[in-house]
Design a protein around this ligand. Structure first.
Ligand SMILES: Cc1ncc(COP(=O)(O)O)c(C=O)c1O
Length: 379
């Protein structure tokens, strides 16, 4: 399908090509010096002591869950309005994901009250998701977690570069996980990063990333080691040098691209105000600086969403849904839990995500808003 305005687009140019070519010429493709450089640059950017590059954010979340001590019989509280990876990671660790509700129409993030209600004797961790790059109420969540002795993992897949109270998201909690999937604010195709300030967590996740081995191929290549022990049951969640090279270049472009995303978000908000009937615009008065990863809107109650999205498609505009809630999935329906998540259910039925990417023009935004007006007009 050739879209007039796609949902997302990546900012790749000669810089990325040159960085990849340099790696290819070096002939060192597996995790090595370029990955080290990427991890150091990322840690410095976030303000974290440690950064660990991995294959994707799903792997990052899995390692975070294991490092946080989640195992059989434990529970972790997660939002249902997120990508399934957030909850899957809990299950990979052998624990159970317990779903909490979101705040409401103006804030699609996990609600502190709902987290509090979901805490049981088995709860070990809270995994927050900064929906669309907008910060969860981290001061309240951290206070609650500390009072109850719970670990906090931030799924910051949408939030690379977001800030709250001058602190980057991903480093508010115990462990933060980022995604560099192709539609994210910075991309390496597939890729992810874990950040933490905790030395023990960092050591464990470094080990688990590569089969629990005490030395890696890169160490042996550098002559630092010739054998290794395996001290834990780990995984192969390593990134490679080609992706790390892309990450280095993309990180350099991130601030400018996030700024453009924020500007476009404002253009959308102003233009959407003129619409009748009104669509809901979440996060309009949100605290902090958002990475503005997504542009979600809520259709008026009773709107036929599939018909709306078909009409947008017919006008050449790609839209999406974030998200079908996890508690409604077949793979999660056998868990014997009946969930009452009224805000999640309401929002999940009305949410539509509009195109947003740095290369969009203000005119593109007006085209999308005009298309929305048309799609909402009764035939
Ligand atoms: C909120 C959220 N969490 C986790 C992930 C998983 O990221 P990855 O595709 O890098 O494994 C995504 C990816 O889309 C996401 O949006």
């Amino acid at each position: 399908m050739q879209w007039k305005i796609p949902l997302s687009d990546i900012d790749f140019g000669p810089e990325e090509r040159a960085a990849v070519e340099k790696v290819l010429i070096s002939k060192w493709l597996t995790m090595g010096a370029v990955t080290d450089e990427f991890e150091q640059a990322f840690a410095a950017y976030i303000g974290a002591k440690y950064a660990i590059a991995v294959t994707n954010a799903t792997a990052a979340l899995h390692l975070a869950c294991v490092a946080a001590g989640l195992g059989a019989g434990d529970e972790a509280i997660v939002p249902s309005l997120t990508f399934v990876a957030t909850a899957n990671a809990v299950r990979y660790a052998g624990a159970t994901a317990i779903f909490a509700d979101v705040v409401g129409e103006h804030d699609l993030n996990i609600s502190v009250q709902s987290i509090e209600k979901a805490i049981t004797e088995r709860t070990r961790a809270i995994i927050v998701v900064h929906y669309g790059g907008y910060a969860c109420d981290m001061p309240s969540i951290m206070k609650l977690a500390r009072e109850r002795g719970l670990k906090v993992i931030e799924d910051a897949a949408h939030a690379v570069g977001s800030e709250l109270d001058g602190v980057k998201l991903g480093i508010w909690g115990d462990i933060g996980c980022f995604s560099f999937f192709s539609n994210k604010n910075m991309t390496t195709g597939e890729g992810g990063m874990i950040v933490t300030n905790d030395e023990d967590f960092s050591k464990r996740m470094h080990l688990l990333r590569s089969h629990g081995m005490t030395s890696l191929t890169w160490d042996r290549h550098k002559g630092h080691a010739w054998s290794y022990d395996v001290v834990d049951l780990g995984y192969n969640y390593r990134i490679d040098e080609v992706r790390a090279a892309l990450g280095n270049v993309q990180l350099g472009k991130l601030e400018a691209n996030n700024e453009r995303r924020r500007r476009l978000t404002q253009v959308y908000r102003d233009a959407l105000q003129e619409l009748t009937p009104q669509v809901g615009v979440p996060f309009a008065n949100h605290a902090g600086i958002s990475a503005a990863h997504l542009m979600p809107v809520l259709l008026p109650a009773g709107t036929n969403r599939p018909a709306f999205m078909e009409s947008m498609k017919a006008q050449g505009i790609q839209t999406s849904i974030h998200y079908p809630p996890i508690h409604t999935f077949t793979a999660y329906s056998s868990e014997n839990e009946i969930y009452f998540l009224p805000s999640t259910d309401d929002i999940a039925g009305r949410e539509v995500t509009l195109p947003l990417y740095p290369a969009m023009s203000d005119k593109d935004v007006f085209t999308v808003v005009k298309a929305i007006a048309h799609a909402l007009t009764p035939a």
